[in-house]
Design a protein around this ligand. Structure first.
Ligand code: CTP
Length: 400
C-alpha cells in the first residue's frame, strides 16, 4: 500500500524550527511528507533541512518544475495538509483564498482535511482580524488548533505558543484516521470537564477521588480532530495539555462550576466527564489541623456542592445546547443510570461501572450511553478515545 501523503506547509515564524520535529515524527511513522515552506519560512529554517528530513526537494514557488504543475498536483494528491506553524498572515491568506506562492495554491487545490497549528504573539492571535479568519476557516471545515499558553519569542509569555510537536503529530494521526469522514464538529464550540475535584480541609489536606482525567482528555482530543473549538476544564489532572485545546485548570467543585458555566455561555455542547465531589468540608482550617494526644479527632462536617450537570441541564445557556453527563456506578449500573438521567435532566448519560480496578486511571473503558427516549448505545471494552468518538457520534446529529 502507498504511504499516506502529507503536505507540511511551513509559514514564516520562529516556531518553524519546531516543525522539523513534527516532520521527523511524520516521516518516521511511515508517511510520505512533502514540505512546502513559504519564502519567509526559509529565513528561519533553510531548504537543505527540509529536503534532508523529508527526502523530497522543498519547493516554495510555483515557477519550479512547472511541467509537473505542482501548484495543482501537490494539493490534489495529499491525504492531509498540515500548516505548522501558521502565521497570522498565512491564516488571512487561507481565509481569503489568496494564492501567491506554492503553499497558498496547495491550500486551494487540497480536497483532503487541513490542519492549521497557529503560532504568533498574543496580540496578533487576539486581533479581531485573526479571530475572524480563524472562525471562517473553522466554519469551512479546517481544523485550527488553539495555540498553547506559555513562553513566546523573547521574554513575553501568553497565548500564541506553538503546541508541542508530538501533540500536533497526534492530531494529524487522528485526522488522517478519520479518512474521508467530514469534520462534523467544524465551527462548533464544545466544553468538556475532566479529572476529579479536590475539596480542601486545610492547607495540606483535601477530600478527593480517583479520577485520572483520561476520559475527559480523550473527549477533548477527539473533538479537536473533528474540527471543534474545545474548552477543557481540567480538575487536578496530571496529563499534559492536549494540543489545540483551551485548558482551564481548576481545583474545587465551586471553581469547576464557575469555569464550566463561563465557557458554556456560547457552547454547542457540554460534556461533564469530571468526577465532581458532591460534598465539601463545611469548614476550611486556615492552619494545618493538628492531632492532640489523648483527644479524639473532630468529625468532619460536610456541606453539599452545587450540581453542575443538573444546573446546566435545567438552565441551558443557549437554545439547543446539548448536555452530556457521566455516571460512575458500582451496583445496579443500568437502573441507577436511568434514574440519574431523569434526575439530572441531561440529553445523554454515559454510564460505566467503576471499582478499585476498573476504569480509574486505565487506558480503556466500557459503557452504555443512555438517552431519555430509552435508547441504549452499548460501547464495548476499548480505548477511551473510542468511547469519546461514540459520544461525539451521538451528539453531532443533535446539534442545531
Ligand atoms: N456532577 C456535577 N456536579 C456534582 C456532581 C456530579 O456536575 N456536584 C456530574 C458529573 O460530572 C457527572 C454526573 O454529574 O457527569 C454524575 O455524577 P455522579 O457523581 O455519578 O452522580 P451523583 O449526582 O453524585 O449521584 P450519586 O451520588 O447518586 O451517585
Amino acid at each position: 500500500m502507498d504511504k499516506p501523503k502529507i503536505v507540511l506547509g511551513v509559514s514564516g515564524g520562529i516556531a518553524a524550527y519546531k516543525a522539523c520535529e513534527l516532520l521527523r515524527r511524520l516521516t518516521e511513522s511511515g508517511h510520505d511528507v512533502r514540505v512546502v515552506p513559504t519564502e519567509s519560512a526559509l529565513h528561519f529554517v533553510g531548504e537543505a533541512t527540509w529536503s534532508a528530513l523529508s527526502g523530497h526537494p522543498a519547493v516554495t514557488q510555483v515557477w519550479e518544475t512547472v511541467h509537473e504543475v505542482p501548484h495543482v498536483r501537490i494539493g490534489q494528491q495529499a491525504d492531509l495538509v498540515v500548516v505548522a506553524p501558521a502565521t497570522a498572515d498565512m491564516l488571512a491568506k487561507a481565509a481569503h483564498g489568496l494564492a501567491d506562492d506554492l503553499l497558498t495554491n496547495t491550500l486551494l487545490t487540497a480536497r483532503c482535511p487541513v490542519v492549521f497549528a497557529p503560532a504568533m504573539h498574543t496580540e496578533m492571535w487576539e486581533n479581531a482580524a485573526t479571530q475572524e479568519n480563524v472562525a471562517t476557516l473553522r466554519r469551512r471545515g479546517a481544523v485550527v488548533l488553539e495555540p498553547a499558553v506559555g513562553r513566546l519569542t523573547g521574554v513575553d509569555t501568553g497565548k500564541g505558543r506553538f503546541p508541542e510537536p508530538g501533540e500536533i503529530f497526534e492530531v494529524c494521526r487522528r485526522v488522517l484516521a478519520r479518512g474521508a469522514q467530514a469534520p462534523d464538529l467544524a465551527g462548533r464550540h464544545v466544553v468538556v470537564s475532566a479529572g476529579g475535584t479536590r475539596e480542601p480541609l486545610d492547607p495540606v489536606r483535601y477530600l478527593g477521588n480517583r479520577s485520572s482525567g483520561k476520559q475527559g482528555y480523550a473527549l477533548a482530543r477527539t473533538a479537536v480532530a473533528r474540527g471543534a473549538r474545545v474548552t477543557l476544564v481540567a480538575a487536578n489532572s496530571e496529563l499534559p495539555d492536549p494540543a489545540g485545546v483551551d485548558v482551564v485548570h481548576v481545583g474545587t467543585a465551586v471553581q469547576l462550576r464557575e469555569a464550566v458555566l463561563k465557557a458554556a455561555a456560547d457552547a454547542d455542547a457540554v460534556v461533564m466527564a469530571a468526577a465532581v465531589a458532591d460534598f465539601r468540608p463545611a469548614r476550611y482550617a486556615e492552619g494545618k489541623i493538628k492531632k492532640r494526644d489523648g483527644q479524639e479527632p473532630e468529625p468532619v462536617a460536610l456541606v453539599r456542592n452545587p450540581d453542575v450537570l443538573a444546573e446546566l441541564s435545567a438552565d441551558r445557556a443557549r437554545p439547543g445546547q446539548i448536555v452530556v453527563g457521566f455516571a460512575a456506578e458500582t451496583d445496579d449500573v443500568l437502573a441507577n443510570g436511568r434514574a440519574k438521567l431523569a434526575r439530572k435532566g441531561c440529553d445523554l448519560l454515559v454510564v460505566n461501572e467503576v471499582g478499585e480496578r476498573r476504569t480509574f486511571g486505565s487506558e480503556e473503558n466500557e459503557a452504555v450511553v443512555l438517552a431519555p427516549d430509552g435508547t441504549e448505545t452499548p460501547v464495548p471494552h476499548g480505548p477511551k478515545e473510542a468511547l469519546a468518538d461514540t459520544v461525539w457520534d451521538l451528539v453531532s446529529p443533535c446539534l442545531t
